[in-house]
Write a protein that binds this ligand. Structure first.
Ligand SMILES: [Zn+2]
Length: 229
C-alpha cells in the first residue's frame, strides 16, 4: 500500500504526464486522479503497468505503432481498419480500436459507437465494390471463440458463392422449459446489472452537465460582478 507521501508523489507524476496529452483525450481522468485515494492510485498504476505489458506483446499494437507492416484501409486517431493477411475470403477486413483492450466490455461506449458507425458505413461498400453476395460480421471474444490476438477486433468477411468460409453450428431442438430456465438465469444476473450500469452512466452524465452549468453560471456571475465594479 502506498503511503500518503508516495501517493502524492505518484499523483503529481501522473498529472504531469496528463498535461502533455491533448486535453480532449484526457477528459475526466485529470479530475479522477486529483480526487483519487492512495488505494485508487495504486490500482490505477497496476492497471497501467498491466496494459503496458500487454501492449508490448500484442501484434495489433505493434501494427498500430508501425512496428509491423500491414495493408491499411482506414486509420484515424482512435480506429484502425486493415486487411487480414490470411483472409477467409477476398476483402476480409479487421476493424479495431487503437487502444489495447481485449473484450467488448473494456471499450468506452463512445468509442464503440464510433467503431460500429464506421462498420455501418463500410459494410455495404465492401459488398458492392468486391461484388460479394453477403457479409459475415464476426467478433471472437476469447481464445476458444477464435480470438487469436488478445486485442478487440471485428472481422468483416465478404461472402461469395462457394467461398468455403464456415461460420455454422448444429441447430439443436431445445426443450421450452430449458429455454425459460436459461432466460431466467440471464435476466436475473445480467439485466439488473445492465440497468444499474446504465443508471450509473446517466447519473455521471447529469453530474457532468450540472458541473458544466455551474461553471458557466460562475463565469457569468464573475463577468457581471466585474462590470459592477
Ligand atoms: Zn493490442
Amino acid at each position: 500500500m502506498l503511503s500518503q507521501e508516495q501517493a502524492e508523489h505518484v499523483r503529481k507524476q501522473i498529472l504531469e504526464q496528463l498535461e502533455k496529452l491533448p486535453q480532449e483525450e484526457v477528459g475526466d481522468l485529470k479530475k479522477e486522479i486529483q480526487e483519487a485515494s492512495a488505494e485508487e492510485l495504486e490500482a490505477f498504476i497496476g492497471q497501467l503497468q498491466k496494459a503496458q505489458k500487454l501492449t508490448k506483446e500484442c501484434i495489433f499494437c505493434k501494427i498500430i505503432k508501425g512496428e509491423i507492416e500491414t495493408v491499411k484501409i482506414f486509420e484515424d486517431k482512435e480506429l484502425l481498419c486493415i486487411l487480414d493477411i490470411a483472409p477467409a475470403s477476398k476483402g476480409h477486413a479487421l476493424v479495431m480500436p487503437k487502444q489495447h483492450v481485449q473484450f467488448i466490455q473494456d471499450i468506452k461506449p463512445e468509442l464503440l459507437a464510433k467503431l460500429f458507425h464506421f462498420i455501418q458505413s463500410l459494410a455495404p461498400v465492401l459488398i458492392q465494390v468486391l461484388n460479394a453476395k453477403a457479409l459475415s460480421i464476426y467478433i471472437p471474444q476469447g481464445q476458444l471463440a477464435g480470438q487469436r490476438v488478445q486485442h478487440f477486433f471485428v472481422n468483416l468477411i465478404p461472402r461469395y458463392e462457394n467461398d468455403k468460409v464456415s461460420i455454422v453450428w448444429d441447430r439443436k431442438q431445445e426443450d421450452k422449459k430449458e429455454l425459460q430456465r436459461t432466460a431466467e438465469i440471464i435476466r436475473k444476473a445480467a439485466i439488473s446489472k445492465i440497468v444499474k450500469e446504465l443508471e450509473k452512466e446517466k447519473e455521471k452524465l447529469l453530474k457532468h452537465e450540472k458541473a458544466k452549468k455551474q461553471e458557466e453560471a460562475e463565469k457569468i456571475y464573475k463577468h457581471v460582478k466585474r462590470r459592477r465594479v
